[in-house]
Design a protein around this ligand. Structure first.
Ligand SMILES: Nc1ncnc2c1ncn2[C@@H]1O[C@H](COP(=O)(O)OP(=O)(O)OP(=O)(O)O)[C@@H](O)[C@H]1O
Length: 535
């Protein structure tokens, strides 16, 4: 059986782990046999491209003698681990994480919640069942508020909200890795059995962009709380989107569910595609199936996975190894319990970090910046701290700092595919550069050249670069008079236009002076000299 597991591509880290997995698979097969015995099936099915033990028939599986592959001391170790794995013990950290998430999402925390077993057979679920909270979840009736950027340049923000129906604690399953080239599926069981929080929202959103904005906000909140690292590409945060369409004033239509979307951008695309698809189906006089679909990011389409019409029987039952979960607050905490072993809602509330929305309001008030800029600052890990360090250490106005961060710094990171934390460009270096600009030591275009030089990882300061590359502001009156004079002599057409009263052309001459001085000339001085000479 161990060999079968390896052949099936399960990721195995050690012999002991492999044997443990063998036990899990064995358990899983037995579950399957029990479940399908009455259906008189004698081979394992093919489903969704996954082959469950192809060519292995039931009678062969029943012959597997587990102990023959285990020596006696390993068998003892294994049975201990096996019991630890199978006799579930609730992880206090998971409960604290769920309560903290519930509080951050304005939920009511249920002081008593229950665990259930949900049974289904699938390759990434070795136990054959998942522990979840079907009947009475840990938190209910919350609200997530998020900003939706609208307008042509996405520079207007609208505050929106979506109701949270419930937050439940579950066990994660394994991860299926589909290898299309070899027509096989690999299963990584490393995360199977690990605690997971499922957040169920009410159907309050009307387009892909809203859902993406809500998920981005949720991601920030979870990261801030430390309840999830939130990396969607790595599957740490996954989204199932339920989509339906209906005529105004009519009840909601039949929903299709797009499973396991792993980026906010794909979420928006999947939902908008699905809305369009469902409208077309209905306009053609057909009906929407209650089905599970997958998003194919290459084609930008959703494709059917399986239909949910015949509602699957999950054979829910109360989880026998986990008694009801009792959570306390300061008022209900009995004096005779060990405080280390219980979860206290009030204690968790006190430990909550500043939430993203509070942080944004603080940024807007403290630095007098625009709301949409505060959203940008919070959208990248470490960017807000970067901004605050620059702003606290420069003479430049915070709005100018923001403009440099958005236009220059983020542009540099994007070009080099770097995150804020990986950036070789440190905040104090930008503060120094902005000071030089503020004090009039460099022009704004020269400052951009200095910035480009500083990004080349040479570790040189702004003033060193200004000195070495002679990028300082040219303020020498005599020298500038000379340059302006030669520009006037070389542009007779423009000069005659100005003499006719078209002073707009002056900008062209100013541009020529800047070109001749490699954009170092003090702009006010150049303008004054030219105006004097031409009037
Ligand atoms: N008519 C509808 N149109 C769009 N969304 C809907 C509609 N009805 C329910 N929903 C949404 O569908 C989701 C149902 O999620 P839930 O996990 O409770 O059920 P499920 O998808 O059947 O369960 P699972 O996929 O975990 O087996 C909720 O987010 C709810 O807001």
């Amino acid at each position: 059986l161990g060999q079968t597991i390896q052949e099936r591509g399960v990721v195995v880290k050690s012999k002991k782990r492999m044997l443990l997995l063998a036990l899990k698979w064995y358990e899983c097969c037995l579950q399957y046999l029990r479940y399908h015995n009455d259906r008189k099936l004698n081979t394992f099915p093919r489903s969704g491209g996954i082959q469950f033990f192809p060519n292995v028939h039931l009678h062969q599986l029943q012959k597997v003698k587990l102990l023959s592959i285990v020596n006696s001391s390993l068998a003892t170790q294994l049975s201990t681990t096996f019991h630890a794995e199978y006799l579930k013990v609730l992880n206090k950290r998971c409960v604290e994480g769920a309560v903290m998430t519930g509080l951050a999402l304005n939920c009511t925390i249920n002081k008593r919640s229950l665990f259930d077993r949900k049974h289904y057979f699938y390759a990434d679920l070795p136990a054959g069942y998942q522990i979840t909270q079907q009947r009475c979840p840990v938190a209910v009736n919350g609200m997530l508020t998020y900003n939706l950027c609208t307008g042509k340049n996405r520079n207007q923000t609208t505050l929106k909200s979506v109701r949270i129906k419930q937050i439940q604690l579950e066990q994660d399953s394994g991860k299926s890795l589909h290898d299309d080239a070899r027509f096989q599926t690999l299963i990584d069981l490393n995360r199977a059995g690990v605690g997971l929080i499922e957040i169920v929202m009410e159907p309050d959103m009307t387009c892909g962009e809203e859902a993406a904005a809500a998920v981005r906000e949720l991601q920030l909140i979870l990261q801030q709380l430390g309840t999830c690292r939130g990396n969607m590409a790595e599957g740490q945060l996954r989204v199932d989107a339920n989509i339906s369409v209906h005529q105004p004033g009519e009840p909601y239509g039949v929903r299709a569910e797009v499973k396991n979307i792993n980026s906010a951008r794909f979420l928006a695309r999947a939902i908008d595609y699905e809305i369009q698809r469902q409208i077309e189906v209905l306009e053609n006089g057909e009906i929407i199936l209650n089905e599970t679909r997958a998003f194919d990011y290459k084609s930008g389409r959703t494709i059917p996975m399986r239909d949910k019409e015949g509602k699957q029987d999950y054979r829910f039952m109360p989880e026998p190894n986990l008694p009801p979960l009792i959570i306390y607050d300061n008022k209900t905490l009995p004096s005779n319990v060990n405080h280390q072993q219980v979860v206290n809602i009030d204690q968790i509330r006190e430990q909550m970090p500043e939430l993203p929305s509070v942080k944004r309001t603080r940024l807007v008030e403290k630095y007098n910046i625009l709301t949409e800029h505060s959203i940008t600052l919070m959208s990248e890990d470490g960017l807000m701290e970067f901004f605050e360090t620059v702003a606290e250490n420069t003479l430049a106005n915070p709005r100018k700092v923001i403009s440099w961060i958005i236009n220059e710094f983020l542009g540099f990171l994007k070009q080099n595919n770097l995150t804020v934390r990986q950036s070789p460009f440190k905040p104090l270096a930008l503060s120094e550069l902005l000071d030089l600009l503020e004090k009039g030591v460099v022009s704004s275009s020269a400052a951009k050249q200095v910035f480009t030089e500083m990004c080349k990882k040479e570790g040189k300061s702004a003033s060193q670069i200004v000195k070495e590359k002679e990028l300082g502001l040219l303020q020498d009156q005599a020298k500038l008079e000379q340059i302006c004079q030669s520009i006037i002599e070389n542009h007779p057409k423009e000069v005659s236009e100005i003499h006719k009263g078209n002073w707009k052309v002056l900008n062209k001459l100013i541009g020529q002076v800047q070109k001749a001085t490699h954009r170092r000339a003090a702009p006010n001085l150049v303008k004054a000299i030219l105006e004097k000479k031409l009037s």
